[in-house]
Design a protein around this ligand. Structure first.
Ligand code: FRU
Length: 525
């Protein structure tokens, strides 16, 4: 992509403005900035401008850091820099100035951050560990990507680039998105980094985060339609066992997802510090998708979450490269997904990653509304008489498709539009149908997106989060997830039940209006 580039002075001149914006919104109880049409109310969005991948997710000293691919100068991709926000509860995010800006011709592409507890890098100060970020330096006009190091001694508020950058350079046009972790069994750092066009992940080894040696590679495997980007690698306990755990290798693919476009696949297996050995077939026919929706990409997990918490937490960019730059939002573009807790289960079919929205979201719940169990005859039943409506809403329901061919919920309905989500019994599939959901801003946006799902005792349990322009559906205890954007007409907040081709049954339904998280809290440090 060739992006018109203003002088660096203009970029630097802009940074205090972003900081001032964060301050002024903190002082204003009802800031116009967060009241725009489509603005999610409890998902992370930047106050303004373009955002893509989450970067550098790390927990340190009471704060979750969320860095992200950010264009400080506009509302489309370009001038990639690391935007920054911090949170103490994963809900309320304080916006901070750009952490790692584009520098001259060098953009700061995706990467990760760790707390260097043993100060292996030597960048620590006053007995405190540094935060160390590894990111891809991208020279747009020279077609060159290599890995850069930056460090911070002030809780991520300011960053210094390592003078001997890059720390890893293969002189390639495509070599990006380093994810670094501490490999405890042999006390060294491991970097997983993508050779996107070769569909290969490389594992590098280091003692000090500065000198890196290749130790192994994985791929090609699984989905290879698009480029391989944004890896992650972590160990997860196996549900229902006392001691067992497995390694999960995350490989985001820029195209060719379960329902088209960018998506996130995973492999489960063993990792010995150098080599990843999958436990499953890795042919194109046995791809494991973390999320079947169109809008969950570049997912990444937090480093250094304290052992006392013990959760593996992650989120993904709620957008898709197929149409992402055209979504009808302003003055910002893109949200991050809900923060989700990861798990791993095994059944007769093999391994399944599970995702559940973190329990912290429960604190945003308003009063619970319970809709009575009932038959759902063919057609649509508005739930407003039962007190269920809204576009900032959490829903939990158990549905029996029964004799219906399809049954489920209509949401974000009004102005002649609606989004349908439900179960297709004839195909055995969960679906979100946004073919008639609202604004038609791009030919690749509308569509019906599906995921395989088996009924349990003839029932399907759905956990649904709606946030103005985002919809996330969790089924089968988080084994099946569909994340989708929807741009519905103004005031389209009706919720209903539907059945087609026969009668279905609502077994139970609870709904909670959710409180928004704006305005952002002022910075705590
Ligand atoms: C994924 C990605 C990364 C890259 C970044 C650039 O969405 O293409 O591979 O580092 O975005 O913004």
């Amino acid at each position: 992509m060739v992006i018109p580039r203003p002088p660096l002075a203009l970029l630097l001149g802009f940074l205090p403005v972003t900081a001032a914006l964060a301050q002024s919104t903190a002082a204003d109880p009802a800031p116009a900035l967060y009241a725009e049409r489509y603005r999610p109310q409890y998902h992370f969005t930047p106050p303004q401008n373009w955002m893509n991948d989450p970067n550098g997710l790390v927990y340190y000293d009471g704060e979750y850091h969320l860095f992200y691919q950010y264009n400080p100068l506009g509302n489309v991709w370009g001038h990639m820099s690391w935007g920054h926000a911090v949170s103490r509860d994963l809900l309320h995010w304080t916006h901070l100035p750009v952490a790692i800006p584009e520098a001259g011709k060098l953009m700061a592409f995706s990467g990760s951050a760790v707390v260097d507890w043993p100060n292996t890098s030597g960048f620590g100060r006053d007995g405190k560990p540094p935060l160390v970020a590894l990111y891809t330096g991208h020279v747009d006009w020279g077609d060159h990507q290599s890995q850069y190091l930056a460090y911070s001694n002030d809780h991520g508020r300011t960053w210094a680039n390592y003078p001997d950058n890059p720390v890893l350079d293969l002189h390639l046009a495509d070599f990006r998105d380093p994810k670094v972790m501490w490999y405890a069994p042999s006390n060294h750092w491991v970097m997983t980094v993508a050779l996107p066009k070769e569909h290969r992940m490389c594992f590098y080894w280091s003692d000090n985060l500065k000198d890196w040696k290749l130790s192994g590679t994985f791929g090609p495997a699984g989905s290879m339609t698009g480029e391989w980007e944004c890896p992650d690698l972590f160990r997860l306990p196996v549900a229902g066992t006392k001691q067992e755990s497995k390694w999960v290798l995350i490989v985001n693919v820029s195209d060719g997802g379960a329902n088209g476009g960018s998506a996130c696949q995973y492999f489960v297996g063993e990792f010995d510090g150098s080599r990843f050995t999958p436990d499953q077939g890795v042919g194109a026919a046995s791809v494991h998708w973390a999320d079947y929706g169109r809008d969950f990409y570049a997912a990444a997990s937090w480093s250094d979450v304290p052992a006392t918490d013990g959760r593996r937490l992650w989120l993904g960019w709620m957008n898709n490269w197929k149409y992402g730059q055209a979504i009808p939002t302003s003055p910002w573009r893109s949200a991050q997904s809900l923060v989700r807790e990861l798990g791993l289960v095994r059944d007769a079919e093999g391994w399944h990653l599970t995702q559940q929205p973190v329990r912290e979201y429960q604190s945003l719940r308003g009063p619970e509304v319970v809709a009575p169990a009932r038959a759902i005859p063919p057609g649509r039943l508005d739930l407003a008489p039962a007190g269920v409506r809204g576009d900032v809403l959490e829903l939990q329901m158990v549905l029996e498709p029964g004799a219906a061919k399809e049954a489920g919920l209509t949401i974000l309905a009004g102005g002649g539009r609606q989004t349908r989500l439900g179960y297709d019994r004839t195909k055995g599939r969960l679906f979100v149908d946004r073919t008639n959901s609202g604004e038609e801003f791009h030919p690749a946006f509308a569509g019906r997106h599906e995921a395989p799902l088996l009924l349990r005792d003839g029932r399907v349990s759905l956990h649904v989060f709606i946030d103005r322009s985002t919809v996330e559906v969790f089924a089968a205890d988080g084994q099946v997830v569909l994340s989708e954007q929807v741009f519905a007409p103004v005031g389209a907040n009706a919720v209903g039940l539907f059945a087609e081709g026969g009668e279905a049954r609502l077994v139970s339904l609870s709904a909670w209006p959710l409180h928004g998280v704006w305005p952002p809290p002022p910075t705590a440090r």
